[in-house]
Ligand binder design. Structure first.
Ligand SMILES: *[C@@H]1O[C@H](CO)[C@@H](O)[C@H](O)[C@H]1NC(C)=O
Ligand SMILES: *[C@@H]1O[C@H](CO)[C@@H](O)[C@H](O)[C@H]1NC(C)=O
Length: 489
């Protein structure tokens, strides 16, 4: 196999041989020559990289990004360039009068570059021209390709939006029902990224989408339609799990002008404010008019529930029988859209340098975990009984709606794909010692295609630009959901 590593070995060997040969003849000259050779080889291989464009936004007038702002969310291979953040991306912007202007975008990243995944999420930003109608990538001194961009949302169904991390082979619909009704009660709209999920569960979500409670967004994994280097063919194997950072950043950019607050959560994270009747009130109270904070962080407490309650959609039953577990200090962030341009998994490391995050106490976020040993006697009152009753009533009312009632008997009764994935991830982790850094991803886990449990999957048209320096771009367009790819990545 021709890999990057064997290529490097060869390079080293050849310059070594040149050096030996040279020593015999004219030491000074030859050392100089071999040095040159090595320098040109390494700088050459370090000036080419690949980027996948997840999304591109054009803001005519943004409160926080300025006029004619451009923001692109990308995944870039960090190993193939010395410092990818030193790179500039050159675009050509054309306005409605067909005038063309060069634009140079600067790059920032929320990732720690010592991390073990080769690919990192990068945000490219620039300010461009009035009435931009066409955006093209420039490279090798010519126009390479057109980038399709979208305008950010102008309105949002509510002032608070929760961005839900990409779903892979999702089947826990009970978890969704709890989330959507708690979110609805406290006034949050859910924006859910979907890679793949069980089809019947997807139909249930579609009903909630038509009620206006949620938005479903196809989330396309990184694929290259064309690369020259063999080792570049499978970018997904070297990328953070499900590219959550990129999805959360996309969500902030999409709602930047439309929503006041955006939260980045997993489907199983339930945020229950204490002493506030809505999330909006809760967040405003926490900020307390203080623009100094860049974001709010809520720690997550694990709550162990039995298998039986896990399968129940009744919130009261779930909350009655729980055993509290540890508090995970990483938490989730809820931020003012005007203060954040991008985020890492748990908060923004970029904005952290400028101001700081407020860690919120006393308002709780729960993360449910199944457990075989539930201490039935231990049950904390963690949610206001009256509000719980209201949420429960709404939930039961929705389950009686004819279009939803019709789907209920067809929903999965056990977690088939989830069980396979968690076994697979366990095996993967057990192979490495805690000190080893490996890029953990789920792409190594093969999911069977089961006729009795069909899945829907996001897809689109994948394209690549011609190979170019310093960055070859890859992107996708015309996103849709299909029944033909199974649940696999
Ligand atoms: C967001 O981007 C704008 C425009 O480049 C910049 O002025 C602002 O400081 C950025 N905010 C953060 C939190 O990085
Ligand atoms: C639960 O409570 C009952 C009665 O109060 C008691 O007999 C039992 O030992 C308790 N179980 C646990 C696990 O604490």
């Amino acid at each position: 196999m021709h890999s990057r590593f064997s290529q490097n070995e060869e390079d080293r060997l050849s310059s070594y041989l040149v050096t030996i040969g040279c020593m015999a003849v004219l030491f000074g000259w030859c050392a100089f020559f071999s040095g040159l050779l090595r320098a040109s080889e390494s700088s050459d291989s370090l000036k080419n990289t690949h980027a996948f464009i997840h999304s591109a936004y054009y803001y005519e007038n943004s409160k926080s990004l300025g006029k004619n702002a451009l923001a692109l969310v990308m995944s870039i291979n960090k190993l193939t360039a010395e410092n990818i953040l030193d790179m500039k991306i050159r675009f050509l912007a054309t306005n409605d009068r067909l005038e063309r202007f060069p634009v140079e975008a600067t790059l920032t990243s929320e990732h720690d570059f010592r991390g073990s995944c080769e690919y990192v999420t990068v945000l490219a930003q620039a300010n461009t021209i009035d009435n931009m109608e066409l955006l093209e990538i420039e490279g090798n001194d010519k126009v390479i390709d057109q980038v399709s961009f979208k305008k950010p949302l102008e309105t949002s169904p509510s002032k608070v939006v929760f961005c839900v991390a990409p779903q892979l082979a999702a089947e826990n619909w009970q978890e969704f029902l709890r989330q959507v009704h708690v979110a609805k009660r406290y006034g949050a709209h859910l924006h859910i990224y979907v890679i793949s999920m069980v089809e019947k569960y997807f139909r249930l979500m579609k009903e909630y989408e038509s009620l206006g409670y949620i938005s479903l967004e196809p989330w396309l994994t990184v694929k290259y339609s064309h690369v020259q280097e063999v080792y570049m063919e499978k970018p997904n194997r070297n990328i953070e799990i499900l590219q959550k950072t990129a999805a959360f950043t996309d969500c902030i950019l999409n709602y930047k002008e439309a929503a006041e607050f955006v939260g980045s959560i997993e489907m199983e994270d339930l945020l229950i404010p204490i002493g506030s009747t809505s999330y909006y009130e809760e967040f405003e109270k926490q900020y307390g008019g203080n623009e100094f904070y860049s974001g709010l962080i809520y720690a997550r407490q694990m709550l162990f529930i039995s298998q039986e309650s896990e399968n129940s959609v009744s919130l009261s039953r779930i909350f009655q029988k729980t055993t509290p577990g540890d508090v995970n200090s990483y938490g989730r962030s809820f931020v003012r859209t005007s203060n954040y341009n991008s985020t890492w998994l748990h908060w923004s490391r970029n904005s952290d340098r400028k101001t700081y995050h407020k860690k919120v106490e006393g308002c709780r976020m729960f993360n449910f975990r199944k457990s075989e040993t539930i201490n039935q006697n231990e049950s904390e009152i963690i949610i206001d009984e009256k509000i719980l009753g209201e949420i429960e009533g709404e939930l039961q009312h929705h389950l009686e709606l004819p279009q939803i009632k019709a789907i209920l008997p067809e929903l999965p009764v056990s977690e088939v794909y989830t069980t396979i994935i968690s076994k697979c991830l366990e095996q993967l982790t057990s192979r490495y010692s805690p000190e080893t850094t490996v890029c953990m991803d789920m792409y190594k886990c093969e999911l069977p295609i089961r006729r009795d449990l069909p899945c829907i999957h996001s897809d689109g048209q994948y394209s690549s630009t011609l190979p170019m320096k310093p960055i070859t771009f890859h992107y996708s367009s015309h996103h849709f959901f299909t029944r033909h790819l199974g649940c696999n990545i």
